[in-house]
Write a protein that binds this ligand. Sequence first.
Ligand code: SAH
Ligand code: SF4
Length: 407
Amino acid sequence: MSSDAPIRSSEDLHRVPEPEPLPHGKRFATKAKTDVPSVVDLLGLDLQGLEDLLVDMGEKKFRAKQLQQWLHDKRVASVDDMSNLSKALRDKLKQQAALLHPTIEDVQQSVDGTRKYQLKTFDGHVIEAVYLPNVSGEGKHALCISSQVGCALGCTFCATASLKLTRHLLPGEIVGQLYTVMRDLEAEGLAPTSDVGKAKRSVTRLVYMGMGEPLHNYEGVVASIRQFTGEHGVGLAPHRITVSTSGMVPAIARLGVDTTVQIAISLNGSHDEGRAEVMPVNKRWNLDALLGALKAFPLKARRRITFEYVLLEGVNDSDDDARRVVRLLEPFRCRLNLIPYNAHPLSPFKRPSEERVHAFQRIVKAGGLDAFIRTTRGDDIDAACGMLGAKKLEAARQEQRGLPVVE
Ligand code: SAH
Ligand code: SF4
C-alpha cells in the first residue's frame, strides 16, 4: 500500500508516516484528497503565505495585512464581504482561493446551554464542534473542535471511531470552526459582539477534543494553533488551548517544540494489556513509550499535564486499576480527569455506578493525585465526550428500535 493511500483503519496505523516538518505559509491544495478543483485554503495561510499568494497574482505584498484583517479580525464569511478590496481583486482571489470554513448544518442546544454544531465541510462531510458556555466559571466559554473527519485510531469505547477516518481537516477548516461558531453566537445574541475580536470574546478556551486524533493531523493542527495564537485574530494565549491525544508518541515531543499549548492524554487503562484492548494505539506506543515521552515533555512552570481516564465498568475501574494509575502518574505534575463512560449503542461498555466512580476517585486522591470527576454536559444532545458522530449514532439507535434508517 502506498504511503499516501487514505488511512482507513487502525491497522493502517503502522504506515502512518512521521509528521513532516511544518512549512511556514504552505498552501494546502485539496486536489489529492477530494474531487473538487484544487483551491488555496485562505484561512490556513499565515502572513507569508498570503503575501506569496498576492505576489503570484501580480498584486502588492502589503495587501496581505489587509487580507489577514478581513480573515481573522473581522472574520468575514466570504471574499465578497471584503469591502475595501477592489472587485477585480476579489474576483481574482475567488478564482484561486477560498474560505474553507465549515458551514452550519444543524445546531442543537442542551438544557445546560451546551450547543452542538453539526458543520458541513466544503466537500460535504459532516463534522462537529461543541460550545460549552461558562464551562469553568462565569465568562469562561470553551469550544471543542474537530481535527479530522472521523478517526483512524479505533478506540473501542468511542463513537467517532466507528466512522473511521475519511480525511484530515485543513488548517482553515479547523480555524473556520471557531469563526463559524463565533458568527452564529453573535447572530443569536449569545455573545458579546465585536468586530475586532480581541476586546470581548465569546470563546475563551479551545479544546481539540472533538472528532479525530489531533496529532495524527499534526501539520493541520499546528498551523491552526498558529492562527489562534498569532498577533492577528482572536489572539488566544497558548495556555488557553488544549490538545488531547490518545498517545501518538513521536508527535508529542514535536508539539512541545513547535507550540506551548496544554496537553491532555487519554490514558484510559492502567496496564498495557488492558489499555491495548480498548485503545489499539497502545500496540504501537505502549505505556512506557507514552510516559517516557511525557517525562521529556518541556512542561512550562506552573503548568500541568492533564490525564483523561474514561471509566468503563468491569474493564478499568477496579481498586487495583486505581492503585496502578497512582503509580503510573506519580512522576508527573498533573491532574486526572475521571470521565464516567458515556454509553452509546456503538460500543458494548457500561458506565460504572456512582459509588464505583467515587471509590476510584478516593483511591487516586489518597495516592496524592489531583483527581476530578468530569461532569457530563450536553448529554441530552449527544454532545458529551466520545459521542460525536451523531448521524451514525442515530442510525444505530433507529436500528435498535427497529425503525428504518434515514440517511
Ligand atoms: N482523539 C483525541 C481527542 C478526542 S476524544 C483523544 O483521544 O484524546 C476526547 C476524549 O473523549 C478522550 O479523552 C476520550 O478518551 C474520551 N471519550 C471517547 N469516547 C468516550 C465515551 N464514550 N465516554 C466518555 N469519554 C469518551
Ligand atoms: Fe479517535 Fe480519540 Fe475517539 Fe480514540 S478516543 S477513536 S483517538 S477520537
